[in-house]
Design a protein around this ligand. Sequence first.
Ligand code: COA
Length: 197
Amino acid sequence: MMSNISMVSSNQVAAARLRVMPSVEDDRRGITDILLDSGIFNRSDAECVDGMFGEAFTRPGDDNYRFLSCWEDGAWPGAFDERATGHDLVRDGSRLAGFACYGREALTQGTWDLFWVCVSSTARRKGAGRALLAEVLRRAQQERVRLVVIYTSSTDKYAPARRLYESMGFVRTARVPDYYAENDDLFIYTQRLASKE
Ligand SMILES: CC(C)(COP(=O)(O)OP(=O)(O)OC[C@H]1O[C@@H](n2cnc3c(N)ncnc32)[C@H](O)[C@@H]1OP(=O)(O)O)[C@@H](O)C(=O)NCCC(=O)NCCS
C-alpha cells in the first residue's frame, strides 16, 4: 500500500502543504484505513463508504457520490518514518490526510449533502478538514447548488466536527432527539449559498 517513501531526518521537515483533489481509484484503501483508524467509525461504516466509493467509480456522474482526497506534502510529524506512517497511504512524497464524500441529495433541487468527512488521526488540526469543506463549498458554488446539508451527532466525540462546520459558516437548523440512539441526537447543519445572479 505504501510507495515512494524516502528516508530523511526529521529535522528536514518543512511546513506542511495541503492539496485537495478528486479522489482516484487508488485512494480507496487509504480511505478505508483512515476510517478504521478514526476512533469514531467502525468496520461497517468503512464498508458503507467503500460501497459508495465503488459506486462513484462504476457510475460516475452528477447524480452519484463524489469523493475528494486531501494530500499533505512531506512534512508531517515522523514524515518518511515508515513506522509512523503505518496507517497512511503515501504516494510520491505526500500522504493521504483525509477525504470527503458529498453529492446531490435525492428528491431535491440544488441541495447537496456532505455525507462523510474524515481526517487521519495523525493529521488533525492542520487544516485538512477545513480545506476539504472549502473545496466542497467551492464546487457547490460553481454548480449553483442552493443548500449544503450535513447530518451529524450531538455526542462529545463529534464536537470537533461540529466546531469545524460552525467555523465554516454552517448553521444548526434542526435537532432530532434520540435519533441515533438514546441521548444521541441528530443535528442537521445547513449552509445556503448565495446566488451569483
Ligand atoms: C472533524 C475533523 C474532520 C476535523 O478535521 P481537522 O483537519 O482536524 O480540522 P481542521 O484542522 O481543518 O480544523 C478546522 C477548525 O475546526 C475546528 N476543530 C477541528 N478539530 C477540533 C477539535 N479537536 N477541537 C475543537 N475544534 C476543532 C476548529 O474550529 C478548527 O479551526 P482552528 O484550528 O483554527 O481552531 C476531524 O477531527 C475528524 O476526522 N474527526 C473524526 C471524524 C468525524 O467526526 N467526521 C465528521 C462526522 S459528521
